[in-house]
Design a protein around this ligand. Sequence first.
Ligand code: MTE
Length: 332
Amino acid sequence: MVGFSDLINVTNQRSNYIPIRSWDLPDSAVTPEHMYMRRREFLRLLGFGVAVTAVLPASLAAASFPDSLNPEYKLNGVKLTPEDLVTSYNNFYEWGTSKDQPKDQANRGWKTESWTIEIAGLCASPRKLLVDELIQLVGGIERRNYRHRCVEAWSMVIPWDGFPLKKLIDLAQPTSEAKFVKFISFLDPANCPAQRANELPWPYTEGLTLAEASNELAFLATGLYGKPLRNQNGAPIRLVVPWKYGYKSAKSLVKIEFVAEQPPTTWNVILPNEYGFYANVNPNVDHPRWSQKSERVIGGGFFSGKQPTLMFNGYEKQVSHLYAGMDLRKNF
Ligand code: MTE
């Protein structure tokens, strides 16, 4: 398994910040000892000093959390992933490259309170506002249980709190030239050592077509399990696109921009042959280095933890029309 030093030079000749990510190896290849050594190496390489004060999750005190689920998004008969696994097994490369690091590293003084988000680009009503204000403006939050499928072939089921992205789009009023939506994560090298180390093209950036972003399922999450988002899950606001591989769901957003052209997106720029722009969950199109036919259910146990992957992660009915006539092998 790799340390952050390996990110710099190994996989691709095209650029000098090309990583091997933890996505690139099955999790079973990781032993606790390796993880421990990796974290130590990561800290040493990035020049972390002694631990600073732990910080509480983002405060969304003004926003009340719903106590009931939107019945349309209940996922009957599906077991929720335990909260402690959702908040301790994370991909958030700004805070480390192994699953256990974000919980630790993103809670050593990184402040996600009083966070502003900018709505910009080709729209009639651009603005910059506090996340709490945005929540009020869109009429509060609802809860939805969504399947979450990572390109690494593991999955969870998460009860998110938040609001449909479509509500923000209606607020912004994109112009007729707007065809795509760009999602930009935080950039804070002063407080995020990995961003100082410069190994990835920060900030983490993702994109959707405007039609995808307007789909009823596209969601902006501000909480999970009825509590404000933990830093490691993308506090205080993140994208959730449940029919796509998890890397589309950019965390800790500072800007949402309406644009005319398909925006460059982080993993697609780094490894275009492996991580497409569309990234729709598709059991019929394998990753060049592993199968996407099945997934390991996090918390599912050693013997019962594998299940077949569903087309569009089980959301075919809601989203297949977006891709009518499209070659999904080419547009992976
Ligand atoms: N967003 C940012 N800013 N940085 C990241 O490294 N990782 C992505 C996505 N969003 C990532 C990100 C990947 S690969 C996945 S699978 C999901 O976040 C993981 O979300 P979770 O940790 O809440 O399960």
